[in-house]
Design a binder for this molecule. Structure first.
Ligand code: HSE
Length: 427
């Protein structure tokens, strides 16, 4: 029986979930994996949390130095979140010869080049399955199982909090604030939920996933990012009428022209498999040149789903001696040869508020015509009580720069027509 000593840094939602899984499955791991996994130390300011989980007080460390100098600890699990002190603690653990398992997407996304350097120097493992898409085994799918492919594209719902909010908004009922509070209560939202709603959390994950998928460093600073805070229930309802569902999508494409990476709200056809990924569930829909389409689906947040990914990494680490690192040169910046496409092509949903006057519709269509933007669907509603007429248009694919010009031109005649919403559409 192999003895494996684990230390957990942080006993919040994920740390607590990890501890419970390890405790509940101790005998199972012994009999099935020949591993005796014991939590030898925890680092948590709130001692009450540790005690409530049933952790012996003797295992509560006072400092990271105490964890690093404990010879019983083989693997340090970092589930604190944020950059500091997590980064210093992870580096201290690696430099003390401990392998590290982390769920920290912000830390891994921003500093994996430094962490990996320390792991290689000290011949330690560095595992991060839990950093992206919670319990869904996407990292190992990319680093191992899908290696026979060139990954051409990736479309993901990779933030549970925003998916929960958008699902509830689509079903009507609770307000944005109420749903966000519920997501916090359920432990999906980050400590600062603006990281979720403004798309940073998804951008960190997309940076990690697209670097692995496309075999080149994709820094998060190259990712176009837009959150969901401007989304109105009115647009969700019009989208539904036209056969679409609104999601916060993470999109990565690897084309002959370059790499395209973006996170933003987008309408997706109601028949698309991602359209039925609801609540805090996440999914990644990948297309590889050999495997074709693959979708991985599951819980992207929460104590035990994320703990499941962490424990998977602990077991992987304990049963593999040859550690593997990023399948690309892991530098801070992108390789000079990597080209990023910024002026991407998309279809668009536009809600235009027009005055109920002759010639307004022809003004709008002439702007589109001049810019070569063709329309695929249109709804013109009855006049509102304030005399305005909502006009909802879905365009065919066009360049982002083109749609920006069209919006500016329509808005230049603001007394007769104004663009109230622009949302990309995935076709
Ligand atoms: N805040 C994240 C989410 C947690 O909502 O998806 C999991 O990374």
């Amino acid at each position: 029986m192999k003895k494996v000593g684990v230390a957990i840094l942080g006993l919040g939602v994920v740390g607590g979930g990890t501890y419970k899984i390890l405790a509940e499955h101790k005998e199972f791991y012994k009999s099935n994996h020949n591993l005796d996994i014991t939590v030898e130390g925890v680092l948590e300011k709130n001692r009450g949390r540790a005690i409530a989980l049933g952790i012996d007080e003797s295992k509560i460390a006072e400092s990271i130095a105490e964890i690093c100098s404990n010879p019983e600890v083989d693997i340090v699990v970092e589930v604190m979140g944020g950059v500091e002190p997590a980064k210093s603690f992870v580096l201290a653990a690696l430099n003390a010869g401990k392998s590290v398992v982390t769920s920290n997407k912000e830390l891994y996304c921003k500093y994996s080049h430094e962490l990996e350097k320390a792991a290689k120097k000290n011949h330690c493992g560095l595992f991060y399955e839990a950093s992206c898409v919670g319990g869904v085994p996407i990292i190992r799918a990319l680093t191992d199982n899908l290696q026979g492919n060139r990954i051409l594209s990736m479309l993901g719902i990779i933030n549970g909090t925003t998916n929960y909010i958008l699902t509830k908004m689509s079903n009507g009922g609770a307000s944005y604030g109420e749903v966000l509070d519920e997501a916090k209560r359920l432990g999906y939202a980050e400590a600062d939920p603006s990281s979720d709603v403004d798309g940073y959390d998804a951008a960190y994950k997309l940076s990690i996933l697209s670097s692995l998928a496309f075999h080149t460093k994709v820094p998060y600073t190259e990712i176009y990012r837009e959150g969901i805070s401007e989304i109105s229930p009115l647009d969700i309802a019009y989208g539904k009428q036209l056969g679409y569902v609104l999601k916060l999508l993470a999109i990565g494409k690897n084309t002959a022209k370059g790499i395209e990476v973006r996170v933003h709200p987008a309408f997706i056809k109601a028949e698309h498999p991602l359209a039925s990924v609801n609540d805090s569930f996440n999914a990644v829909y990948l297309t590889g040149d050999s495997v074709e389409d693959v979708m991985l689906y599951g819980r992207g947040a929460g104590a035990k789903p994320t703990g499941s990914a962490i424990v998977g990494d602990i077991i992987y680490c304990a049963t593999h001696s040859n550690f593997v690192y990023s399948p690309f040169e892991n530098t801070e910046k992108a390789a000079p040869s990597t080209k990023f496409i910024k002026n991407f092509e998309s279809a668009y949903y536009l809600r235009i508020v027009a005055a109920d006057k002759a010639g307004v519709l022809s003004k709008v269509t002439s702007v589109f015509g001049k810019l070569g933007i063709s329309m695929s669907q249109i709804i013109q509603e009855k006049e509102n009580s304030d005399g305005a007429v909502p006009l909802v248009v879905i365009t065919h694919e066009t360049y982002e720069s083109n749609i920006n010009k069209a919006v500016a031109e329509i808005n230049s005649a603001a007394e007769i027509a104004k663009v109230a919403a622009v949302i990309r559409v995935v076709t």
